[in-house]
Design a protein around this ligand. Sequence first.
Ligand SMILES: [Zn+2]
Length: 387
Amino acid sequence: MMEFEYWWLLALPLFFTLGWLAARVDIKQLLSESTALPAAYFKGLNFLITDQHDKAIEAFVEAVEANADSLELHFALGSLFRRRGEVDRAINLHLSLLERKELPDPQKLAVMAELAQDYLKAGLLDRAEELFKLLDDSRYEQPALRSLLEIYVREREWEKAIETAVELERVSGVPFRKEIAQYHCEQAVQTLLSNDRETARKHLDEALDANKNCVRANVMLGEMEALAGNHEAAISIWKRIEFQQPDYLGLIASKLLASYRVLGKTEEGLSLLKTYLQTYKLPSLLNVVYEAAIAQNDAEGAAKLARDELVKKPSLQTLDQLLQARLIIDDAPQDAHIIQQSVRYAIGNRSAYYCSQCGFRAKHYHWQCPACNAWESLPSEPSESAA
Ligand SMILES: [Zn+2]
């Protein structure tokens, strides 16, 4: 009786492995082919499981040679090639499959989908685009649309990116509003380069139509007004950001204050920023209000701001500000200079925007992560380490 139970314990890992196989290979096909499958195939699987990819490739090449009719084996080998960066081998493999006259249409589509991925990986975007487009109305449509979108964003073809994202929303049911609004903003950036402000404004309105919470559109609309000297209009546009995503107010705080200053209403601007600061507690708002106080020779006010903040939340940055204000007031504690220097040294250059998707560290805010291309993936406020 005991022995029987032990036997089951030994069998468990086998069932896990079978489950793993079933997830990758059609189990029925595997069973029907298992007599025909060469030993090299299982050797290859074994190398894959133990992460010995070079040996796995050798084994799969052998398996494909011994079993030239199995598409699944070709695909497994092709995707191995791709993952190992041997894209030209993947391309040759799939091209030779396409040349086979006896290949039925559904299988042909499957090969095309693989080949398109090869081209994408190889950076042959035109050829990839051409193939992906041929895959619409097939069961590869959704992944093809995703890849097309990736291509258009990489090539900064925003019109096509918008069309593709809309289509992708339709077939997948997954919203792409945030991205679509960003593509419209990118169009606005492009048209502003050729000084076409009317068209730029049109694109920004479209961005807000696509996503009413698109902060970037209001940041840009306000900048355009301020640049044209319409500071009242700029201020009223930037104020809308509070009702979109208040976390982003820090992005326009100093611009907002500058526009108030041009209008001779610095005090009004400062009091608005202080209200924001009280409500949303953003460090970048504190910095702008603090700097404004220093610029107005109000070191007492600046010191009070920093002290109030320090009581609530200890921070080297704020301590540095308090010390700086104290040094101006001239009632600095003993050794204040050397303390401030040490604090500055400790802070160093660490403050940055860390991408929530890939951890990339950016000195300035970007709407699109320069490393992983995700949109609005940087936090609205810089921090001293990745979250
Ligand atoms: Zn990133």
